[in-house]
Design a protein around this ligand. Structure first.
Ligand code: ACM
Length: 431
């Protein structure tokens, strides 16, 4: 349950004033699952049983959402999916650390448990890497107008703070480092990573998919592995995301050196080269005891032992097994929330609140995730405007609340009032 309603409880005609100090904690009940909880509310007060620490946290979240009075009754509640994620793109527009912390609070309030940070792209590199300092020295600046700007990347200390803050709220921070495509900022910093090392590229100032991709040299593989070595030091997450999607083949097809390399590796084409690159990162991460996750591309061969984030389709294809569903038609918050005129510019496309709520994920997947791509969201306020209230609908899908849209809309009104009171920029409610 994400947004409770009083009648969820079998109302016995009374209520209990809520204060966290009045909650009695029952002994841990493993049958509820690590994230599950049971609330018994009656004349004797509030009793909270949980399967684990996360379950206790979620039980308290539910109680606090009832407000001052909690009606008598019982709630037993647990999530449908273990991965309930939100991706924030901090590459296209850097988001200050304080906003990331605020977003983590909002995730926790909605019982979401993964914050996927999209840290690098053609248009920016936002993570300090000690061994390769130009990644941020060059890659975190875009265009002449950013020359005098504040720092637009996270230091190792920032990441330590974000990861610890998230962990206290049962949120895992999953880092994403894009490769071998969406890497122009890295190539601008280190031209030897590209397919024409004598060429000087800028951090890309346009939106879209840059044709400039990493080369296939062993030295470039090593460079990326060194980056991942620092990433795993900073992020305790089991999963590390390496992007992997939308890697245009033109440069490899034009470069005699890349063609020789493909032949040397026995790779018949670019899709296999991309899979090979990802495979090299997967085995490296495995040596660190971590797992690789990447965006799915239907024409790229499956890389054994990896998890994919499916974004082009609404349901998984049968040849993929470990899956997080992130379909653009249901979970992309950069699309317009409605087709009404007069909205701030957004990515062409519409995903309404109803579209979001109507997403019915295959129950066999690891989880689901919604994405905040920030090409059209230069500020935290715009992120909030685009995220809410659609993120509330997504949270119910991820938790597995009953799929009853009119009922959701009724419960949403007081919930949005609560969020507005917290200062959240609520977008227009468009059913
Ligand atoms: C994506 O939308 N590039 C995963």
């Amino acid at each position: 349950m994400i947004i409770p309603r009083p009648r969820e409880l079998a109302v016995l005609g009374g209520s209990v004033a809520f204060h966290p100090d009045l909650v009695r904690f029952a002994p841990q009940d493993p049958s509820l699952g690590e994230e599950g909880y049971r609330l018994d509310v009656g004349p004797a007060g509030i009793r909270l049983a949980a399967g684990g620490r996360a379950g206790r946290f979620y039980g308290l979240q539910t109680l606090s959402q009832f407000g001052a009075a909690v009606p008598y009754g019982t709630i037993e509640d647990r999530p449908r999916f273990g991965w309930r994620g939100v991706m924030l793109d901090v590459a296209r527009h850097f988001m200050p650390k304080d906003f990331v912390l605020r977003l983590i609070d909002l995730l926790a309030e909605h019982k979401l448990n993964v914050l996927h940070l999209h840290l690098t792209d053609d248009q920016g590199w936002r993570l300090q890497i000690l061994r390769h300092p130009r990644l941020t020295g060059v890659g975190a600046r875009r265009g002449p107008s950013s020359a005098g700007d504040d720092r637009q990347f996270y230091t190792r200390e920032d990441i330590g703070e974000i990861v610890a803050y998230a962990a206290e709220r049962f949120v895992t921070v999953v880092p994403e480092i894009e490769m071998p495509g969406h890497a122009q900022a890295a190539i601008a910093a280190y031209p030897e990573l590209g397919n024409q090392p004598s060429r000087r590229l800028e951090v890309w100032s346009e939106w879209g998919i840059s044709e400039h991709v990493l080369n296939l040299e062993e030295s470039t593989v090593r460079f990326c592995q060194e980056v991942l070595d620092e990433v795993v030091e900073l992020f305790p997450s089991t999963y590390v995301h390496v992007g992997g999607e939308e890697c245009p083949p033109a440069e490899w097809e034009r470069s005699p050196r890349a063609l020789r390399r493909l032949a040397e590796l026995g790779l018949p084409g670019p899709a296999q080269a991309c899979a090979w690159f990802i495979g090299r990162m997967a085995s490296h991460l495995e040596r660190h005891g971590r797992k690789l996750i990447c965006w799915d591309e239907p024409d790229r061969p499956a890389v054994p032992g990896t998890t994919v984030m499916v974004w082009r389709d609404e349901q998984p294809r049968p040849d993929r097994t470990d899956i997080v569903l992130a379909p653009h038609t249901r979970t992309y918050l950069d699309y317009y929330p409605s087709d009404a005129p007069g909205q701030p510019p957004a990515q062409p496309g519409v995903v309404t609140l109803a579209d979001m709520y109507g997403f019915t994920p295959d129950p066999g997947v690891l989880g689901v995730q919604c994405q905040i791509w920030t090409e059209y969201m230069p500020t935290p306020r715009q992120v909030e405007y685009m995220a809410f209230p659609r993120l509330c609908a997504f949270a119910e899908v991820a938790w597995g609340s009953p799929n009853d849209y009119p009922d959701f809309l009724q419960r949403l009104d007081p919930h949005l009032a609560r969020l507005a009171a917290q200062g959240v920029q609520i977008g227009p409610l468009v059913p």
